[in-house]
Each structure stands twice: as C-alpha cells, then as structure tokens.
Design a binder for this molecule. Structure first.
Ligand code: NAP
Length: 293
C-alpha cells in the first residue's frame, strides 16, 4: 500500500481527485488544502510527509488567477514556484515521487501547430513565469517527478469559463466572446482520471519528466461558449470578437494547443474529445442545480 498526498484538494482538479480516491483498494489518499497543509511552509510539508510516510505527492494546489498574478506576483511566485520547490525538496529527502501540474501558459503560443513538451518556453505573463519557475525548480532539486502541463481547465467545482458562460448566456440576449485565442478545453475529471491511473498502476516508476494533457480537438473561446450555451439550452446570441475588445494587463497565448502524442504513447490512454467531456460536466452541473432546489 502507498500513501498518497493530494494538495489543493478544494480546487477544481483536487476535488476531482477527491472523488476518485475512495475507489482505490491499494492506496491511502490524504486530501489536503491550505487549511490542512500550506505548501508554502517547508517545515509543515516535511513534517506531514514524514508523519504519514507519504510515497507520492500529487500537487493540485496553485495560484491560478492569471489577471491577479500580474499585481500579486509575489504570492503567485510563492505558491507556483517556491511551494513547488518545497514539495520537490521534501520528496527528494523522503524518496517520494512528485506529480506536479503545470500549464500551456509557459509557452508564447504564437505558432499554429500543437506544442510538444520539448519546445522552447516563453511565458507572456506573471502566472506563466511563476509556473515555469516551479517546473524548473523541481528539475533543479532532482526528485523523481512527473510534470503534466494542461490547459483551459474546467469542472463542476470552483469558478471557470463553463460556469460563467452558462450563467451569462442564461441572463443575456447577446454576448461577445473572443475567437482569436485557440486551444483545447480540459475537463478536470479527465485529467484526474489520468493522474489516478498513473498513481494506481504506478506508471510513474517507468515514465518521468514533462507531459502534455488536454482533451482532444481544437476550438476558440467563441466555439467553446457556443457549445456551452447550446448544451445548456440557452438561446443567447453569441458573436465572435477580438481580444483587444477586452483590454487586459495580460497578453494570452493566441494558439495554445498542446500535443499529447507522448502521453498517449507512454501511458496507453485514449483522450476524450472536448465536446464529449463537456456534455458530462454540463450534466453534473444540472444534477447539482437540481439537488439545490
Ligand atoms: N484553471 C485552469 O484553467 C488551468 C489551466 C492550466 C493549468 N492549470 C493548472 O492545473 C492545476 C489545477 O488547477 P485548478 O484550476 O484545479 O486550481 P484551483 O481550482 O485554483 O485550485 C487550487 C487550489 O490550491 C489551493 N491553494 C492555494 N494556495 C495553497 C497553499 N499555499 N497550500 C495549499 N493549497 C493551496 C487553493 O486554495 P484557495 O482557493 O483558498 O487559494 C485551491 O483550493 C494548477 O497547477 C494550475 O496551475 C489550470
């Protein structure tokens, strides 16, 4: 039996991991968020890992507010970079394995071909820079690690584009959504299923390093919004617009499609198409809404 520490268990991905954890017959999962274990506190992480004989840490914790990270870069750096380094240091000391989640925002995203793992990074903003610094710190510490970069994450938990668009397209008659940023949505339930498989089947013993994971397919935020509205039964008139119509401090990648060839080959997984996973998430949101009335 292995002891698995999940950090950031109250987040989108962490919640999805928490729903899978009870299905494990082989391992014991410790579900923590900042209240139980603040990963910016090196001594606290060290004490937790030692006391509970942790074998694998799956780090689902992060500072994910891309806009706020521009003004609050120190906090973003503490959580996305320094805390990732803390986890790596403790994993190295305890001979534990670190599974860490990173982002498509480490890339500039100015090409029109899917990004492979080894392509040069060049983040456009503070969030991406701090996440890249986290990846680099893990590599420098040199613990056993698997870093999974993902993109456009959503789930029935937390705040995300799917929930925002469901609300806005039910409230408004007309809405403009950018069509000049292209990527692939990722249902956090699918990413959690991948991580759960990697942990339960101990695939991390054979495959380490950086991997890319998103759902299959490609779309713009406009296409994503149209599909969300359609599946939600909302008849809002959604029009495509350019990013510069929404002034922002952060420049976002215009093409951030991740190439998943390496992940599918090494882990033997089939990745769901983004529209199929969106159907599942919308169904979950409807079930939750029905439970609250
Ligand atoms: N969301 C996206 O679109 C997206 C895209 C690409 C990659 N990713 C990556 O995917 C991973 C999961 O993202 P997510 O959307 O599930 O994140 P999320 O919903 O923002 O959840 C992150 C969780 O980490 C917690 N946390 C923050 N500081 C902490 C600390 N010091 N110690 C312990 N926990 C702490 C947060 O608590 P509070 O809420 O209280 O701060 C929150 O519960 C992250 O690595 C993220 O960078 C996300």
């Amino acid at each position: 039996m292995s002891n698995i520490l999940i950090t950031g268990a109250n987040g989108q991905l962490g919640n999805e991991m928490a729903t899978l954890a009870p299905q494990s017959a082989a391992n014991h999962y410790f579900l923590t968020d900042v209240a139980e274990l603040d990963i910016t506190d090196l001594e606290a992480v060290r004490a937790f890992v030692q006391a509970n004989r942790i074998d694998v840490i799956a780090n689902c914790a992060a500072y994910t507010n891309v806009d706020k990270a521009e003004d609050d870069t120190a906090t973003a750096d503490l959580i996305n970079h320094k805390a990732a380094e803390n986890l790596a240091i403790v994993c190295k000391e305890a001979d534990a394995f670190l599974i860490h989640i990173s982002t498509d925002y480490v890339f500039q995203g100015d090409k029109n071909i899917p990004c492979k793992e080894e392509e040069p990074t060049n983040p456009l903003g503070a969030y991406g820079r701090t996440k890249l610094a986290g990846e680099q710190a893990i590599a420098t510490v040199g613990c056993g690690s698997l870093i999974v970069r993902t993109a456009w994450l959503y789930s029935s938990y937390g705040n995300n584009f799917v929930k925002t668009m469901r609300r806005l397209t039910s409230e408004r008659d007309q809405l403009s959504v950018v069509f000049d940023q292209v990527g692939t949505p990722t249902f956090a339930g699918d990413l959690a299923a991948l991580l759960f498989k990697v942990i339960e089947e101990q695939l991390y013993l054979q495959h380490t390093g950086i991997y890319h994971f998103s759902n299959e397919g490609v779309c713009s935020w406009y296409d994503f919004a149209k599909e969300i509205a359609s599946l939600s039964g909302n008849s809002c008139d959604i029009q495509p617009c350019h990013s510069d119509e929404f002034p922002s401090k952060v420049k976002r990648p215009s093409f951030s499609v991740l190439d998943k060839t390496k992940l599918k080959r090494d882990f033997g997984v089939t990745v769901p198409y983004w529209k199929d996973s969106l159907v599942i998430c919308i169904r979950q949101l409807e079930e939750k809404a029905n439970q609250t009335v």
